[in-house]
Design a protein around this ligand. Sequence first.
Ligand code: HMN
Length: 288
Amino acid sequence: MKGLFTALIVSYDKDGEINEKGLREIIRYNVDVCKVDGLYVNGSTGENFMISTEEKKQIFRIVKDEVKDQVELIAQVGSINLKESIELAKYATDLGYGALSAVTPFYYKFDFEEIKHYYNEIINSVDNKMIIYSIPFLTGVNISLEQFAELFENEKIIGVKFTAGDFYLLERMRKTFPDKLLYAGFDEMLLSAAVLGVDGAIGSTFNVNGQRAREIYELANKGEIAKAREIQHETNDFITELLNNGLYQTLKEILKEKGVDAGYCRQPMKELSEEKVDTAKRIAATYF
Ligand code: HMN
């Protein structure tokens, strides 16, 4: 399960329905053009927190059917409805997903005992492995080194998607948990995380920028930092423009420029204005 995983974009039509043909094209683009090692399915990048349980299952099904065993698959099943998480964990495991991931439960300020219970309940319900999805800036949930150690006591919890800029904590985790899988979650900080020895990365921008991410990651692992830094600079010029113009909508416009039917975002996310569509086209022409 090491390497670069795209946090998969999903194609929705103007009414917010899943566009299966478009989703299959996005998957093919990631596997055949971006050449990533795997896909992270139903993360926030897939607009997961705005869709129904049945739609989540449909996406898991389509992705597995399109990919078969070509690349590794991680199913994000986290939800503050624990029963839904368990149902999705069973569903994705039966489909053959190689690992599960779950966002830390959010909104209600759950305490650590509740968070630990959540992870153990999900992963002990299936014959699979769990990657914790830690993203404190959106969930407000901060897990300390000692608390990670406690979660990792369950051997089925094999790693963490670390979406934070706390490189002191990341370094401590690398030293303390040499056998756990650490994934960088911020694409704009990939080089810094790679230098600290992460096992891989999970990123939204890999949907279009997978090849540059691969170069950064491999150069860093070979110790060729100056070259890696140049590509991170170029990548971050791109990511800055992407974030300014609207992350998901702009990723979809760039894919459309590549002939991929990437569709629209699910409401309440809004459509890009005409001006922003033009900006997205310029970004596509500049970087891809
Ligand atoms: C997901 O659940 O899909 C992930 O959060 C994907 C990934 O970690 C992205 N995080 C967020 O969007 C919050 C990053 O790739 C991020 O989009 C990128 O670094 C730009 O900030």
